[in-house]
Unconditional design. Structure first.
Length: 277
């Protein structure tokens, strides 16, 4: 893992350096000058460590478009390959938890993912794993129109009662004991519960190309938490870019999916809900 992380960081440093020192056409939401836009883009791409005050579930968001040379795009592709290799190595370890001492070997313990334990051992507890995984979005053809959209959403995972019970084994305290008792009280007919991730903001871009890409597509929708990278050339024309209106929080949540769940959580130590009858 240490070697994979070093490779990722090396490719990231190279990409940011090339981006900062090569001529590009750039537009970033809220940036007054090209210099400000480049600085904001490089910071968003290059930040894979948490600042002291940051929430561990957040990553920088920067809306914008960069038209760049084949050299810059090739560096981005190499970085994305390194990110994919790192994620393939680490993602399975995120799903496995183990208990570790909080203060000394004889003190209380808490459950952490094996990935976090390994990162601690590597003295990389500050690594923002989501940001490390997140690829540079590369458009396959010159864009004509880019329209950003924000959506407030949440992920709902259907889990067996046995899976939830196994997860609860890593938790201690009165709430966890109460939750285990609640699980035991379920009838055999109730075999599954819903594990819900908190709401998060999902930024996407609807892109209309000037010509079809290699897959014959004229329009695509792509994740857009980072500036979009697209090819430039002699005939490059700047695309029309539409950013979300100020204050647009995108409160559209999948209500149909939510309506299948009871309004109040079933457990206290985990965000688990029963399915509505």
């Amino acid at each position: 893992m240490a070697e994979s992380l070093r490779t990722l960081e090396k490719q990231l440093e190279r990409f940011v350096d090339v981006l900062a020192h090569r001529p590009v056409w750039i537009q970033v939401d809220g940036a007054a000058t090209d210099r400000d836009a480049i600085r904001a883009a490089c910071e968003a791409f290059g930040t894979i460590r948490y600042a002291m005050e940051e929430d561990v579930e957040t990553s920088p968001v920067c809306l914008g478009v960069i038209a760049a040379s084949a050299e810059v795009i090739a560096c981005a592709e190499q970085l994305n390959a390194a990110k994919a290799d790192f994620k393939a190595l680490c993602a399975p370890l995120q799903r496995v938890r183990m208990r570790v001492p909080v203060r000394g070997d004889d003190g209380p313990t808490k459950a952490l993912s094996v990935l976090r334990v390994i990162l601690r051992a590597l003295q990389r507890s500050d690594l923002n794993v989501h940001a490390a995984y997140r690829k540079v979005p590369i458009l396959a053809a010159p864009p004509r129109l880019i329209a950003y959209t924000r959506a407030r959403t949440r992920s709902v995972y259907r889990k067996s009662v046995e899976e939830i019970s196994t997860t609860l084994m890593n938790y201690e305290g009165a709430d966890a004991a109460r939750d285990r008792a609640r699980l035991a009280s379920l009838t055999p007919r109730e075999t599954h519960l819903a594990l819900v991730r908190e709401h998060y903001e999902n930024v996407r871009a609807n892109v209309a190309y000037r010509r079809l890409d290699k897959r014959g597509r004229g329009r695509v929708q792509v994740p857009a938490e980072l500036p979009l990278l697209c090819p430039t050339g002699k005939d490059f024309e700047a695309p029309e870019v539409r950013y979300p209106a100020s204050g647009d929080s995108g409160n559209e949540v999948s209500r149909a999916r939510e309506s299948k769940l009871e309004r109040e959580p079933f457990l206290r130590s985990l965000p688990v809900y029963r399915y509505a009858r």
